[in-house]
Design a protein around this ligand. Structure first.
Ligand SMILES: OC[C@H]1O[C@H](O[C@H]2O[C@H](CO)[C@@H](O)[C@H](O)[C@H]2O)[C@H](O)[C@@H](O)[C@@H]1O
Length: 609
């Protein structure tokens, strides 16, 4: 039985990620990449689907746990009747192969320990052939080979690899699990102690480039490290979360695979990284983007594989029972084929912002912007699936139209401020036309609010973003009315739903309901602050900070009834929301290109940037 979603800490090597629970069990690990089949999938079933646990014999949850400094090295400690023991877990920066390093350290007394490893390739379905030799083993099946190196004796019990040993104060017992494609020879084993030190050094060095200084510094840095850990270093792509199919409703079917690169999530992530000083990541992402979307702009997808792959067919993994019975488990994501008009606007905004942030003007990037804009010009007035990826009928979603407006607006800014070439008069007319249409059809004067889509009876938390992209100012009565309507209709226990799933006869085409969406809750805090209700904004932000788990992570949503994290974890959207709201409340504006006229990025030298 897996732990609560909030029980998990993240390990990662910038190519893949593992989740380690409070009880010392790694319940999720895909090798060699984020979206590879899992070799530990207990998270979505039970230990028969693969798990690796190290803990004091007969003990459950660790007494305390933390990341070492700002790194992704997790230290779990158990106080037991026999003494205290520490488990140090990490994935060192990728060298020759992918490694998971676990070191048991005796702190006091003499503690009996138990290691239990059950490798199951291909999401729990393939038990490898295991060969033992000395203090190690190799496990091979199909394309995968895994080696375990340790200093303690291993044995096999009921299909699992076990070790019983004891540690006294000062003892260190290492375990190194290494993966390679099965046709390659065993790689040179890493030195586990050096690997831990290198991992700490890597992350401390990376975060030292952070230019945010202000309140909530530790929370912001942890969020940034998490975003970086969701980056696939070889290509610069950024995944939306480390997992698939953690449910948006416990026991329900709203279970999706987030191990891909959504243009929307990635652009939000980039805005947070750029705003805190991480320009190299923006450069890598722009390169990734230009490669991924090259070709016909009509064929732009809303998401890609981390390598830019377009085909992400969705299928169900029926042999896994799902997290706490939440079936189906899905691999791939059918949303890849949807029309989500906001993405054109977000990409145009992000490319513009990258340029404003000092990335050199790049002809290919401008060619891409122009091609995207040409396509948007011919398609902005079509109904779409919206940023929420509804699986019901396409509609004229207000947020999508506003982001189309923003895309045109950013292209105009680029021409005006960077001397690039474009048909500005035509684009100005287009921008004005979209604006007028949204204000006419997307605003309900009777209720004083923008609506989820033209003619809708529902509202949408994404409407909180309208002033942020510069569509209308925060003091416009239509904006204030919309903020109030979102609060009134979408708040549950003070947190914000994306929309009312049952409005307009059911907009998303899915059964069941879902938790409060944490990114939207951060957007409400920003909106309260921007409309002069800073105390309420701070209170909401504090509430959201309090929802982080013991190591500072947030999943996608929060179940306000069961008081639990729900949805995939850790989710970039949520961590981005934390960073942006901290910056807003600290007085360092989250820049969108809508601001660049007035601010001209002078805040690049602010201490809080
Ligand atoms: O709720 C239905 C949709 O949920 C997922 O999409 C959500 O996550 C994406 C990644 O973070 C985000 O970009 C999107 O805005 C969210 O709605 C799921 O991936 C979709 O397949 C699903 O239809």
């Amino acid at each position: 039985m897996p732990g609560a979603i909030e029980d998990y800490a993240l390990l990662g090597d910038l190519q893949t990620a593992a989740l380690v629970g409070l009880d010392g069990g790694i319940d999720w690990l895909c090798l060699p990449a984020f979206d590879s089949p899992a070799c530990f999938a207990a998270l979505l079933d039970d230990e028969r689907a693969g798990r690796w646990r190290i803990a004091p014999a007969g003990h459950g949850h660790a007494t305390r746990r933390r990341y070492r400094g700002h790194s992704l090295v997790v230290e779990s400690e158990w106080d037991t009747a026999e003494g205290t023991v520490r488990l140090v877990d990490c994935m060192p920066p990728r060298g020759e192969a992918a490694d998971v390093v676990r070191v048991v350290e005796g702190v006091s007394g003499r503690v009996r320990m138990r290691m239990w490893l059950r490798l199951r390739f291909d999401y729990g379905s393939v038990a490898p052939w295991t060969r033992y030799g000395g203090h190690g083993l190799s496990a091979i099946a199909g394309p995968d080979a895994v080696w375990l190196n340790t200093t303690v004796a291993l044995s096999e019990i009921a299909g699992a690899v076990c070790a019983e040993f004891a540690v006294s104060a000062g003892d260190r017992v290492p375990f190194v699990l290494t993966h390679t494609p099965s046709h390659l020879p065993q790689p040179t084993p890493v030195d586990p102690f050096r690997a831990v030190a290198d991992t700490v050094g890597f992350w401390e060095n990376w975060i030292s480039r952070c230019r945010y200084r202000g309140p909530w510094d530790a929370a912001v840095r942890r969020a940034l490290v998490t975003l970086k850990a969701l980056t696939y270093a070889p290509t610069g792509g950024i995944v939306a979360a480390a997992t698939t199919s953690l449910p948006e409703q416990l026991g329900g079917p709203r279970n999706w695979d987030y191990r891909y690169c959504w243009l929307r999530d990635a652009t939000f992530t980039l805005q947070a990284l750029l705003g805190t000083g991480f320009v190299d990541e923006a450069r890598a992402w722009r390169e990734w983007l230009v490669r991924a979307v090259a070709g016909d702009p009509a064929k732009l997808q809303i998401m890609y594989g981390t390598d830019g792959r377009r085909r992400l067919p969705e299928y169900t993994v029926d042999w896994l029972s799902g997290y706490e019975g939440s079936a189906p488990v899905r691999v791939g994501n059918a949303a890849a084929d949807q029309l989500q008009l906001d993405v054109w606007g977000e990409v145009l905004d992000c490319l513009h912002l990258a340029r404003e942030a000092g990335l050199p003007t790049h002809d290919v990037a401008w060619d891409l912007q122009r091609a995207l804009l040409d396509h948007l010009e011919g398609h902005w007035d079509e109904p779409d699936n919206s940023l929420w990826e509804v699986r019901g009928p396409r509609r004229h979603f207000v947020h999508s139209k506003v982001l189309a407006w923003a895309g045109v607006d950013r292209a105009l800014h680029t021409v005006e401020h960077h001397g690039l070439d474009g048909p500005v008069d035509r684009w100005r007319r287009l921008r004005d036309r979209i604006h007028a249409e949204v204000c006419e059809h997307g605003f309900d004067a009777r209720r004083g609010t923008f609506t989820q889509f033209y003619g809708s009876q529902g509202v949408d938390a994404a409407l909180l973003l309208l002033p942020r992209v510069g569509f209308l100012p925060w003091d416009d009565p239509r904006v204030r009315g919309t903020v109030d309507a979102v609060r009134h209709h979408l708040c549950r226990d003070g947190l914000v739903l994306r929309y009312q799933p049952d409005a307009d006869g059911g907009v998303d085409g899915l059964p069941g309901t879902e938790g409060a969406f944490l990114a939207c809750s951060f957007w409400l805090a920003d909106a309260l602050h921007a409309t002069g209700r800073t105390e309420q904004a701070r209170a909401l932000f504090q509430r959201l900070l309090d929802l982080r788990n013991d190591v500072g992570l947030l999943s996608e949503e929060y179940d306000t009834v069961n008081r639990r994290h729900v949805g995939n974890t850790p989710q970039a959207f949520s961590m981005v929301g934390l960073i942006n709201t901290a910056r807003e409340l600290a007085g360092s504006h989250t820049r969108t290109s809508a601001d660049t006229d007035e601010q001209d990025l002078t805040d690049r030298d602010d201490t809080t940037l």
